[in-house]
Ligand binder design. Structure first.
Ligand code: ADP
Ligand code: MG
Length: 292
């Protein structure tokens, strides 16, 4: 491509809120055959809120929320922010947590007032030897409503199931349909559990989805598609998406996402809407036509 036509394309895209950081990516965008989308913060708004707190022992609900929010205040995950805001809304004070540790794709742990706190998904509990018993069914029911269930254990005893729901962006479904009408296969990847993923995938109409994907496996999945001959676009917002964004033929970062994701992407969707994908592809096609 001539530098001039690329410059024009970059300017056109910017008008649509699509920031092109890499001119080569603009040329590749029109060749994408598979678009891989992260779920949380990409298809969904990424500002989940707490919907259910099921307490399983004799602690009261506000104490459970206080401890959960105290540990989550050390995490920058969207789920953590939901728990912290829920405590704030109820004017619950946070208490000190030490030895905080984030376990990627699973949850968090730390020490508080001499007790060990563990908060996260089913896998985290299973790996740490926390018995979930009937809580698994409660979690599944919540997940079927497209909510994300999280388990809370104190000293390795399960004390609560807390669910959050994250609204699907109003235009995600239409934006995905637009990509499909361009002949692009749309795939959703998420670290979230299978039941929640099924519920969201149905609502937005993706062609395929993969649930319970560990952060390091997002990039591996991109590579699987590339080795099958696909030209892969990857869209994400989180730190955990960064390696996949860097590896994809074109990495699209959500403008409201983390800095690490934005730096790893080639193109930033400033408006957060997934319509930016089809917009970028349209500009890419026009740019290539101008060159010929
Ligand atoms: P995604 O952005 O695709 O949902 P993540 O890898 O960020 O994937 O998270 C995967 C799962 O790990 C979440 O759905 C949640 O169950 C669990 N998890 C990760 N971080 C936290 C956290 N800070 N608090 C609770 N659960 C968490
Ligand atoms: Mg995400």
């Amino acid at each position: 491509a001539t530098p001039m036509s690329v410059m024009v394309g970059v300017g056109k895209a910017a008008e649509a809120g699509v920031l092109i950081r890499n001119g080569e990516a603009l040329q590749t965008a029109s060749k994408i055959t598979t678009m891989v989308l992260d779920k949380t913060g990409t298809i969904t708004a990424g500002s989940p809120s707490v919907t259910d707190i099921i307490v399983l022992d004799d602690r009261d609900e506000s104490r459970v929320l206080q401890l959960a929010a105290s540990i989550e205040s050390h995490s920058e995950h969207p789920l953590a922010m939901a728990v912290v805001s829920s405590a704030k809304e109820q004017s619950i004070n946070l208490v000190e947590v030490t030895e905080f540790n984030a376990i990627a794709g699973q949850g968090v742990e730390g020490l508080c007032e001499g007790e060990h706190l563990l908060f996260g998904n089913e896998k985290l509990m299973t790996q740490q030897g926390v018995a979930l018993d009937q809580a698994v069914e409660q979690g599944q029911q919540l997940a079927q409503q497209a909510k994300t269930p999280m388990y809370f254990a104190i000293n390795n005893q399960l004390v609560a199931v807390i669910a959050v729901a994250d609204a699907i962006k109003a235009d995600s479904k239409a934006a995905i349909a637009r990509l499909q009408s361009n002949g692009i296969k749309v795939v959703m990847l998420t670290g979230d559990n299978r039941d929640t993923a099924v519920a969201v995938a149905k609502q937005v109409g993706v062609d395929e989805f993969y649930a319970e994907v560990q952060p390091q496996d997002k990039a591996a999945q991109v590579e699987v598609f590339q080795q099958a001959g696909e030209i892969v676009g990857m869209v994400g917002d989180g730190i955990n998406d960064a390696p996949a964004l860097a590896l994809a033929d074109v990495g699209f970062a959500i403008g409201t996402g983390t800095d690490v994701a934005i730096e790893s992407g080639d193109i930033t969707l400033m408006r957060g809407s997934l319509h930016g994908l089809a917009d970028a592809i349209a500009v890419s096609k026009a740019t290539l036509t101008n060159i010929k």
